[in-house]
Design a binder for this molecule. Structure first.
Ligand SMILES: *[C@@H]1O[C@H](CO)[C@@H](O)[C@H](O)[C@H]1NC(C)=O
Ligand SMILES: *[C@@H]1O[C@H](CO)[C@@H](O)[C@H](O)[C@H]1NC(C)=O
Ligand SMILES: *[C@@H]1O[C@H](CO)[C@@H](O)[C@H](O)[C@H]1NC(C)=O
Ligand SMILES: *[C@@H]1O[C@H](CO)[C@@H](O)[C@H](O)[C@H]1NC(C)=O
Ligand SMILES: *[C@@H]1O[C@H](CO)[C@@H](O)[C@H](O)[C@H]1NC(C)=O
Ligand SMILES: *[C@@H]1O[C@H](CO)[C@@H](O)[C@H](O)[C@H]1NC(C)=O
Ligand SMILES: *[C@@H]1O[C@H](CO)[C@@H](O)[C@H](O)[C@H]1NC(C)=O
Length: 403
């Protein structure tokens, strides 16, 4: 791939140079491209108003700009960002838009249906992301040529116009803003993983888990804690801490890494084993319900059973839909264990009666393929995350001029 001068790209995008077509490559510069797209006037205005979005660029061999169309800015799917855009909050706007710039040139045609890819972006500020190499966006090609980008809080943006090439990269137009992945507490609340969140507080693990770079968390859903009841809720803080550590892996493993037979070393010290049976994926004996929930410092995979570090050899029985609990003395309760351990400040989190706002966020768009409410997600999940080895990641690296 050809190297390019980022400053030149910036200058033309700002209209400082005469814009036009590059005689050598036959491609348009970014400024001309954006100016010619009636659906990108808001995005173009923001790029011109906040040129640091482009100025903070390190050097990459080509970029992919996921440009939200005008409609996208009128329906930002996360209210705190909505307020920030309305208030012209420069810090928020620049970081959010840097999350819309992917490292490398990614063309729609390179996508393999069913295989998700996790593409690093230019979002690297530690106030926004603790993912080494830049926070990622999940990209999925679905059947019927539907290309989707999944970002924080399960937000899904659909590609509406593909592969607009410019000198130095490609623009892909999307129908809604990407949301930078939020921290553990904000994400567990959005996905109704409140017993798990509470257990992190009960085990005094919330700060360490949320401030560690590059983590994978297997988060049992609320039902998984409810079937255990006192078998877990009566434990000491140290015992709960050990269990929480067994649900944490100190490296990022997206669904594509959860291959059959994989063993992952947990922060507790015992391994976790991944097994596939039919279309289902199991973590020890727990079924994977929803994979790849991006968070500020890694990824959460939602599972249907609490893992037990004292029984790391637990295996699933794929013939039954609901796996048995792996703790002695399990006795089902109707309340949500550990939710009373969540400190209640200005905005109280979900307790015994889950709030409807959590429900709204848990299924952010009507096109969501995943639902967190039933085992039925196993099949579509397995299809979407089908673990083919092929990847579309364009190799990064290589010298790029920064003039
Ligand atoms: C502009 O966006 C609207 C939806 O927001 C879409 O219906 C229309 O086709 C788009 N126009 C172009 C030229 O892409
Ligand atoms: C990243 O980690 C640091 C501590 O190392 C923490 O202060 C910061 O809030 C974290 N960022 C996010 C987005 O959670
Ligand atoms: C997550 O972010 C929210 C909003 O910034 C903050 O109030 C909360 O303390 C953070 N959680 C942790 C565990 O740092
Ligand atoms: C977690 O961090 C917050 C903010 O940094 C602090 O107020 C709180 O005391 C810490 N909690 C624990 C249990 O260390
Ligand atoms: C974890 O699995 C790895 C790879 O199979 C193995 O080398 C290691 O000994 C295992 N660790 C434990 C604590 O079982
Ligand atoms: C996973 O591996 C096990 C052991 O090798 C094998 O029996 C099983 O069929 C594999 N599952 C799938 C879905 O390929
Ligand atoms: C949250 O979990 C509780 C307990 O399992 C359940 O009753 C409730 O319906 C869930 N809420 C959502 C929004 O999924």
């Amino acid at each position: 791939m050809r190297s390019y001068s980022w400053r030149g790209l910036l200058a033309t995008s700002l209209g400082l140079f005469a814009a036009g077509t590059n005689a050598q490559t036959g491609t348009t510069d970014l400024g001309t491209l954006l100016a010619g797209q009636k659906n990108l006037t808001t995005f173009n205005t923001l790029i011109q108003k906040y040129p640091e979005i482009l100025l903070q660029l390190p050097s990459y061999n080509g970029v992919t700009i996921l440009a939200p169309n005008n409609d996208a800015f009128n329906k930002i799917p996360y209210s705190s960002l909505n307020d920030a855009f309305k208030a012209n909050n420069q810090d928020v706007i620049t970081n959010v838009l840097e999350y819309h710039i992917l490292q490398g040139t990614h063309l729609a045609a390179q996508l393999v249906p069913g295989t998700p890819t996790f593409i690093p972006t230019l979002l690297t500020s530690p106030e926004w992301s603790n993912v080494t190499g830049g926070q990622v966006v999940q990209n999925i090609a679905q059947a019927g040529n539907v290309v989707v980008f999944v970002s924080g809080q399960g937000t899904r943006s659909t590609l509406t116009q593909a592969d607009l090439k410019f000198t130095g990269g490609v623009v892909q137009i999307i129908d809604s803003l990407l949301i930078p992945p939020t921290n553990i507490t904000q994400t567990t609340q959005a996905f109704n993983l409140t017993s798990f969140e509470g257990a992190l507080y009960a085990g005094d693990k919330i700060n360490s888990t949320s401030n560690t770079k590059d983590v994978t968390i297997f988060a049992p859903n609320n039902e998984a804690f409810q079937v255990l009841g006192p078998a877990i809720s009566s434990m000491t803080s140290d015992q709960i801490a050990e269990i929480m550590d067994y649900h944490t892996v100190d490296q990022i493993v997206y669904s594509t890494g959860l291959t059959n037979g994989t063993k992952l070393l947990s922060a507790q010290g015992e391994n976790i084993t991944i097994r596939h049976a039919g279309n289902n994926v199991y973590i020890n004996s727990a079924q994977l319900l929803q994979a790849d929930i991006l968070i500020a410092n890694g990824v959460i995979h939602m599972i249907d059973n609490v893992l037990n570090p004292q029984g790391p050899g637990a295996k699933p029985n794929p013939a039954i839909t609901s796996q048995a609990p792996v703790y002695a003395g399990a006795a089902s309760v109707t309340n949500l264990p550990f939710t009373s351990d969540i400190p209640c400040s200005t905005k109280c989190p979900v307790t015994a009666t889950p709030s409807s706002s959590a429900a709204a966020k848990a299924t952010p768009t009507s096109t969501s393929v995943f639902t967190s409410s039933s085992k039925g997600v196993g099949a579509p999940m397995a299809r979407e995350t089908g673990l083919h080895a092929a990847g579309l990641m364009v190799a990064l690296g290589g010298a790029v001029m920064l003039l």
